[in-house]
Design a binder for this molecule. Structure first.
Ligand SMILES: [Zn+2]
Length: 125
């Protein structure tokens, strides 16, 4: 069962990294969400490496639970950075569109985002 599940990990890592590359389209506006998917891929790749190492050495695969616990604890301690995806706008509380949820940092509608004060000053001059 575990070996069957682990055989999908490289495909999962590649899928997450393809999604990560697609997130690059949004540049600086989505850097936190892009880093989150990158670390997600690194976590899955690490689990794949640990299980492969354990199988290679003939050790029980459940030793990988130590790695898994470490990843889950690190995820919980860094949850704001590890899972920046929110479904509701932080300003008005309405549901966000998929682009705002998956790609853009801030978790707000474009109409709810505060306008930078520098651009207001430039516009009035
Ligand atoms: Zn809003």
């Amino acid at each position: 069962m575990v070996e069957w599940l682990v055989s999908f990990f490289p495909v999962l890592v590649v899928a997450i990294l393809i999604f990560n590359i697609y997130q690059k389209k949004y540049g600086e506006q989505g850097i936190q969400k892009r880093m989150a998917t990158f670390f997600m891929a690194a976590g899955v790749l690490g689990l794949f490496a640990v299980i492969t190492f354990l199988k290679h050495k003939g050790l029980p695969v459940y030793y990988a639970m130590i790695y898994l616990v470490a990843v889950v604890v690190s995820f919980i301690l860094n949850r704001k950075r590890a899972w920046p995806y929110k479904l509701k706008c932080e300003v008005c509380g309405q549901r966000l569109g998929w682009e705002d949820v998956l790609f853009l940092d801030g978790n707000t509608h474009s109409s709810c985002r505060p306008v930078p004060t520098e651009s207001i000053e430039e516009a009035t001059e």
